[in-house]
Design a protein. Structure first.
Length: 105
C-alpha cells in the first residue's frame, strides 16, 4: 500500500516513518517550492486549530511562523516587535469587539 502526501513535513518525519516500518520517499524543496509549501502548511495548521482548538495545534502554527520568518530573512523576535507596535497603534483583539458596520457621513 502507498500513502501519497506531497506536503512539507517536520524534519524528523522520515525517521519516524522508518521506525514504523515504512519507506519514506522524500526530496529537498528549492526555495520557491519551500515558500509555497510553508504557506500551504500555515493554512493547514490553522484549519486544524479551528477544528481542534488545542495548544498543540497552536504550537504547530507557531513553528510554521518561525520558519516563515527565517524564510523572509527575519526572526520571531522581529515579528513580535511588529505585533507589539501594531497593538500599541491599533489595539489587539482582547476586547472581543465585533464591527457590524460603519455609517459614513
Amino acid at each position: 500500500m502507498e500513502k501519497v502526501y506531497k506536503k512539507l513535513v517536520r524534519d524528523k518525519m522520515p525517521e519516524i516513518l522508518k521506525a514504523k516500518g515504512e519507506t519514506p520517499v522524500t526530496y529537498v524543496a528549492d526555495s520557491v517550492e519551500y515558500a509555497e509549501k510553508l504557506n500551504r502548511k500555515l493554512i493547514e495548521e490553522c484549519n486544524e486549530f479551528v477544528h481542534k482548538p488545542e495548544l498543540e495545534e497552536l504550537a504547530d502554527i507557531l513553528e510554521v511562523i518561525h520558519c516563515l520568518a527565517e524564510l523572509h530573512d527575519s526572526s520571531f523576535s522581529e515579528i513580535e516587535k511588529l505585533r507589539i507596535q501594531k497593538e500599541k497603534e491599533r489595539g489587539s483583539f482582547r476586547k472581543k469587539i465585533i464591527l457590524e458596520k460603519s455609517i459614513v457621513k
